[in-house]
Design a protein around this ligand. Sequence first.
Ligand SMILES: *Cc1c(COP(=O)(O)O)cnc(C)c1O
Length: 522
Amino acid sequence: MGMQSIGRPTSPFPSSVSGAETVSGSKGLLQHEDLIFEIGSPDKTGVDLPKPRGGKNRLGGVERQQQTGLPGLSEPEAVRHYMRLSQRNYAIDLGLFPLGSCTMKHNPRLNEKAARMPGFADIHPLQPQRTVQGALELIDELATWLKTLTGMPAVAMSPKAGAHGELCGMLAIRQALVARGDAETRKRVLVPASAHGTNPATAIQCGFVVDEIKADARGRVDMNDLRSKLETTEDVAGIMLTNPNTCGLFETDIKTIADLIHDAGGYFYCDGANFNAIVGRVRPGDLGVDAMHINLHKTFSTPHGGGGPGSGPTVLSDALAPYAPVPFVVKDDDGFRLVEETDGAADQAFGRMVAFHGQMGMFVRALTYMLSHGADGLKQVAEDAVLNANYIQARLKSVMKPAFEGYCMHEALFSDAFTADGIETIDIAKAMLDEGYHPMTMYFPLVVHGAMLIEPTETESKQELDRFCDTMTVIAERAAQGDQSLKGAPYLAPKKRLDETQAARKPVLKWTAPSPEAVAAE
Ligand SMILES: *Cc1c(COP(=O)(O)O)cnc(C)c1O
């Protein structure tokens, strides 16, 4: 095996190392760790509680008769358990996270500092509103930024994720149709074939019927197909379209699409998850959008992944603004207050989506990000995100196959057309794990065979992009040559190939203790 001048192997790793087992189960400095149920025991604890003082039992005979079976750990054991597990995971704080459509950008530490200020972190949603005027003002200011950046007159701040924002926008559309007396007839929502799965799911959740529009050879909405879908219009509720779309391309006919939908009597829902590509450059309101969610956890750098809280404020056009859900912040002579009831100022609201006002911690982080970048800085975010994606596309296009011709927006999309027979997208993704990278988004969008969608975001340096492209180049060449060892990857990850279908269809969600006989037999 050859070595590079800096001492790294020129081929991935010697096969003799790949299966290495150790006595302790740890490998190098990566510690072995069992399940918490296996290492814990009910008679251990990390806290020392005073003995209960007795008193009257008011549980009426329903008190628990047996141990809960929860594992007890000492504090150092608990700390190590989660620390060790965290090392088996990937994080944006570890490296480039190329997951397309997810905008995995750096989460600035300044955001965290602001979110931890006691005036934001230690307040309670049930506190009297006059004691939280600063927090309400912050929500109002963030709303102003979102309306200005999108060129839209209204925004519902409460949705708690992108998909939740979609639900908000589509419920507003449904309510507008109800108000027009059209809700019974207008049931059809057009959704491009390249859409994120949440789009059709949302439409169906709101009682609409999904009608799929084809993509054309350029990866955009097929305008002929769209026009044919609009030959009859009396049943059209609207369209749900992502722009830039999930092929990483700007929908060049977007204004015509908006006009066609409006002429048909429908509304234009834009999935704004890819706003990072155009923030500060394009105002969706100018494109004829009626509703669009914004993922604060993508474009505006609040942390996401691993089940952390998202935030999906949804901007609304004049036509939909009256139907925005409660609560929302207004300012009058007495200062800021939340409109909570669906009467008075909110008598046309479609209802309420969340218990309180939304994800306060994410609002603080997003506004911090906006203020620290300024309007000019946000424009540069979009420009750099697009530049970085095009750099990757340009560097990899000789070894991988771009799905469409021409420049991309914020993400580069490749098909599996360059791989030798038998080598698939999944094999490339698994080989990336061995090289220390989280895989790109794969097999999405569905309109591209074996899709590989790479979104570097603007926060990666050229050096980091080059290291990624150097790695991808070698993996892509192996795939093109039909290197069968790719089929066995990952060799170095803690878990090898998992049966993902079984895991999804028959998830094992409960740990059962091995029976004492089975342990004795080992
Ligand atoms: C991320 C994403 C969504 C969903 O957002 P969540 O916050 O994950 O619910 C919807 N559409 C597109 C195109 C996305 O990339």
